[in-house]
Design a protein around this ligand. Sequence first.
Ligand SMILES: *Cc1c(COP(=O)(O)O)cnc(C)c1O
Length: 387
Amino acid sequence: MSSILGTYKRRDVSFSEGKGVYLTSTAGEKYLDFVSGIAVNSLGHCHPYLVEAIKKQSEKLWHVSNVFTIPEQERLAKRLTDNSFADFVIFVNSGAEATEASIKVARKYFFEIGQPERNRIITFEGAFHGRTLAALFAANNKEHTLGFGPRVDGFDQVPFGDHEALKKAITKNTAAIMLETVQGEGGVRVVPDYCLKPLRKLCDDSGILLILDEVQCGIGRTGKLFAFEWANVDPDIVPIAKGIGGGFPIGACLVNKKVAIGMKPGTHGSTFGGNPLAMSIGNAVLDIILKKGFLENVQEVGNYFEKELKELQKKYSNVIEQVRGIGLLRGIKLKIDNNKFLDHLFQNKMLAVKAGDNVVRLLPPLIVEKKDIDKAIRIIAKTCSEF
Ligand SMILES: *Cc1c(COP(=O)(O)O)cnc(C)c1O
């Protein structure tokens, strides 16, 4: 019997090695990995450049406290701000911590400008912001919150895509609207450009802040460094995590200078957040993702993936109801049970992960090539033919 508390329903397989888009199990079987640790292994498994970066830094310095100045952290923050709307960055260790920091920044901003009554955040049904208490009740997924009351207050939820409900939900107590630019866990639901632009305007007109959770869709996943770049909007606060560490736990909260004013010394902290080891790896990930042509290639391969998936949808319309997503954040909504489909996919030596709304999420590493996509399509086709 396992000594691990059973909070996960785990597949009975373990992996001993990973290389690029492939994982090898302890039984010696090779799997095509379209999970990437849920959008974490952005550069695939054991990318030589990341291996070198971690080796080099591990021989120099691992950890020092944030009571000291950390050059690697300064550098990663500077690069994230140089390449985005943001003026400042707070480093943490996970997505949930990054969304929690975002909530804190929004509330503190209104406190600082003398409107402490503006402390509520509007969120959307189907959202996922992490498993800490506030993030849990922010997303308000009934399966996730069950038994964890009393509910953490300060969040008001509206249906996904309901513009009228959203407008009605804004009151004199609203501080911000928080949403994922692309809902990941909720079923790979992209917030279209024609919604994001008016959303920005709505926030401006109402004097509230826009928080875009890019923990899953950020750092190149959609073919832009940040998914909101597609709509050409500037949010006020953006939590990121997953892809930035390439497998090493890093979270961050990006903020503009307007909202930064409340966050003075002592208002936030993290023991591990932004330590030299983590930051060297984050910088190495960016070295590759920011290389000329890298994101264009993600777009190209992502479009190819979409085209091929849509062909499959035509051929297996009894199985695939819809192809969703953008870049290399893809999902297929199924007409059959997604868990069953994933079991078959696994038997066929391909890994994917489920999402809400009976969706199978396909998250290859960003270094995936067309030949890997072809292989994935062959396996998905074979799997479809089994139903
Ligand atoms: C995964 C995820 C989180 C939580 O990240 P953790 O690192 O698991 O805490 C938050 N928001 C979104 C959109 C995510 O996909």
